[in-house]
Ligand binder design. Structure first.
Ligand code: PEP
Ligand code: MN
Length: 263
């Protein structure tokens, strides 16, 4: 079902009115975790003003340590939706547990399946039954074929709205958090009709490298860019060190638009 050969028409995924794919860029911005309502309001407003068209934030956080902040749960879903929708931005949030697909689908316009859950087949089957579009992130040790087979789990349940995301893979080199596999974008475009976006935030873990990788992703043909922003990275509940400040995002968004126009 994911194959380009079998389905030569490129898919356009509709996220509550925002189109991703087929020349429409999904510009996803927002903090790693959903935080307090006032901050979420400020960040959604600035994302909107910078030209983002989708607002993100995690209410269920898959953390390496069980003692790290785990997310605000349902309260976070409400805060995210209110902030995003106030500024006309559909919202994207991660679902980590098959038992939460229903509740997350009530609040979110798009369900994110994170890298750590890319091969959680029970979760994939459950999001495949949801009517919400899905942002499927590549696992940090997953091949392109693994990613496509995970998409297949969702598609085969009847949900045709899947956007793939390259977010960096494990490497031996600690210079960057992960290794941004920019070639994954054209490789995927040659194999699947599904839209493909890039996430230079998790791929690099470094704000100074995000602009180059975001622009490289677009140059490689990505259908969108996912970037984490925060107005006080030093107090962020998660992934603060990799967040772009709202003004940095605004500047980059202008450059991303210019890059997209060149193509
Ligand atoms: C996230 O988007 O905040 C996240 C946890 O991403 P990933 O699953 O790619 O690590
Ligand atoms: Mn994050």
């Amino acid at each position: 079902l994911a194959s380009l050969e079998a389905h030569p028409q490129r898919s356009v995924v509709d996220v509550s009115g925002v189109l991703v794919g087929g020349g429409n860029l999904g510009m996803i911005a927002g903090p790693c975790s959903v935080e307090e309502p006032e901050r979420m309001d400020r960040l959604a407003k600035s994302a909107r003003e910078s030209g983002a068209n989708l607002f993100r934030g995690g209410a269920y956080k898959p953390r390496t340590s069980p003692y790290a902040f785990q997310g605000l749960g349902v309260e976070g879903l409400k805060i995210l939706k209110e902030a995003g929708h106030r500024y006309g931005l559909p919202v994207v949030t991660e679902v980590t547990d098959p038992r939460n697909v229903e509740i997350v689908s009530e609040y979110a316009d798009m369900l994110q399946v994170g890298a750590r859950n890319m091969q959680n087949f029970v979760l994939l089957t459950e999001v495949g039954k949801s009517s919400r579009p899905v942002l499927l992130k590549r696992g940090m040790s997953a091949t392109i074929q693994d990613l496509l087979m995970s998409a297949e789990y969702i598609l085969s349940q009847g949900n045709p709205n899947v956007v793939l995301c390259e977010r960096g893979i494990k490497s031996f080199d600690p210079s960057t958090r992960n290794l941004f596999d920019v070639a994954a974008v054209p490789v995927l475009a040659g194999l699947t009709h599904l839209p493909v976006i890039v996430d230079p935030s998790h791929a690099t873990g470094r704000p100074d490298l995000i602009p180059a990788c975001a622009l490289a992703g677009l140059a490689a043909g990505a259908d969108g860019v996912h970037i984490e922003i925060h107005d006080e990275p030093e107090v962020a509940k998660s992934d603060g060190p990799q967040a772009l400040l709202p003004e940095q995002y605004q500047e980059l968004a202008g450059r991303m638009r210019k890059m997209a126009e060149l193509l």
